[in-house]
Write a new protein. Structure first.
Length: 237
């Protein structure tokens, strides 16, 4: 009995040491991945990495992680050469094959979401254009001013925001904004002038993890919500 007690105590101690070492290792790996992502995207306001699964050490030795959650705040993306900011980006990476030096990896599949507030949408819009909630899902109110016939005209229009399928086989990354109706009041050229500021097609061509595509979007009081998904997605860029 005494021998069995000693065996149990030793097993418990060794188990505790293993768990402690495993938790230290996962914390180190999370911090290293976060630093790597921050270095590749210096404009990001905050990076959070959460590696799931136990034990971590056996996953690391096999260079295959079950799941990694990524949280980014203030992500700068490029939309047809114009800088746009994603207020939040959250993504879950499943089946991550790690690089040889553990500095990154590629996920067999990933899914997530992003939020763009109306303040950030306004910052990325043309001068003199402001955006706010349009009162229904998928609707955005756009206010724009134009100079025409020596006068300044300001119009607020309800617009539909939607995704446009890419023609290059690289997924849907083009966000389309179209005014449902522009009050012209019989003034020649005013609708065309307003639409030049309110209507747009913006392709997100930089800033998102490689392989992560837009799959859907909608809007509410908080802003425009993007759904994301993809396969063979790079974890660190």
């Amino acid at each position: 009995m005494r021998f069995l007690r000693v065996v149990v105590i030793v097993a418990v101690v060794l188990g505790a040491l293993f768990v402690g070492a495993d938790r230290w290792a996962v914390g180190y790996a999370e911090n290293r991945l976060a630093d790597r992502i921050q270095a590749r995207q210096p404009g990001v306001g905050g990076v959070g990495v959460d590696i799931h699964g136990f034990p971590f050490l056996t996953q690391a030795l096999s260079h295959d992680l079950d799941r990694v959650d990524l949280k980014l705040d203030g992500v700068e993306v490029s939309a047809d050469g114009r800088k746009t900011r994603l207020t939040q980006l959250r993504a879950d990476f499943h089946g991550v094959e790690l690089n040889g030096d553990y500095s990154g990896g590629t996920a067999r599949r990933a899914a997530g979401s992003a939020l763009v507030t109306y303040a950030d949408l306004t910052t990325g819009a043309q001068p003199g254009v402001t955006l706010s909630y349009g009162g229904a899902p998928g609707k955005v109110k756009v206010t724009a001013s134009v100079e025409l016939l020596g006068r300044t005209f300001t119009r607020s229009v309800v617009s539909t925001v939607s995704l446009v399928d890419a023609k290059d086989g690289q997924g849907s990354r083009t966000v389309r904004l179209r005014a449902d109706e522009v009050p012209g009041e019989g003034i020649p050229g005013i609708e065309t002038a307003i639409r030049k500021k309110t209507d747009s097609d913006r392709r997100l061509d930089g800033g998102l993890p490689s392989g992560l595509q837009l799959t859907a979007l909608t809007s509410d009081e908080a802003g425009v919500h993007l759904s994301l998904g993809g396969s063979n997605v790079a974890l660190t860029g």
